[in-house]
Design a protein around this ligand. Structure first.
Ligand code: SF4
Ligand code: SF4
Length: 95
C-alpha cells in the first residue's frame, strides 16, 4: 500500500488537489463504500520524487488522519519509514 486515509477524515478536500499523481478520491468515489476520502495504493508514490513529505498529509487539517501503510513489493515508497510505523499506521504528520 502507501499512505492511507482513516475514518476520522472530515472530507474537507484539502488533500485531493495536492496529490501529484491523482491517487486520492472523495467519498463518492471511494471503492470501499466507506464515507471517507480514499487513497489508491497502486497510484500513491508517497510523493517520492515530488515532495519531501507526503503532500496530502501536509495539507490535512485533521491530526492523525493520514497514516503510513504497508509498502507492497515493487511499489514506490519512502525507504526511511520503519516497518513498525507502517504496521501501526503511525500518522504521517505528528505534532
Ligand atoms: S502521499 Fe503523495 S502521492 Fe500519495 S496520496 Fe498523498 S499526495 Fe498522493
Ligand atoms: S485533507 Fe484530511 S480531512 Fe481533509 S479530506 Fe483529505 S484526508 Fe480528509
Amino acid at each position: 500500500m502507501a499512505v492511507m486515509i482513516t475514518d476520522i477524515c472530515i472530507k474537507c478536500a484539502a488533500c485531493i488537489d495536492e496529490c501529484p499523481v491523482e491517487a486520492i478520491v472523495d467519498e463518492d468515489d471511494n471503492p470501499t463504500g466507506e464515507d471517507t476520502y480514499y487513497v489508491y495504493a497502486d497510484k500513491c508514490v508517497e510523493c517520492v520524487g515530488y515532495h519531501d513529505t507526503p503532500a496530502c498529509a501536509e495539507a490535512c487539517p485533521t491530526e492523525g488522519c493520514i497514516v503510513w501503510s504497508e509498502c507492497a513489493e515493487g511499489a514506490t515508497c519512502r525507504d526511511n519509514i520503519s516497518a513498525e510505523a507502517r504496521e501501526n499506521h503511525t500518522p504521517v504528520i505528528e505534532d
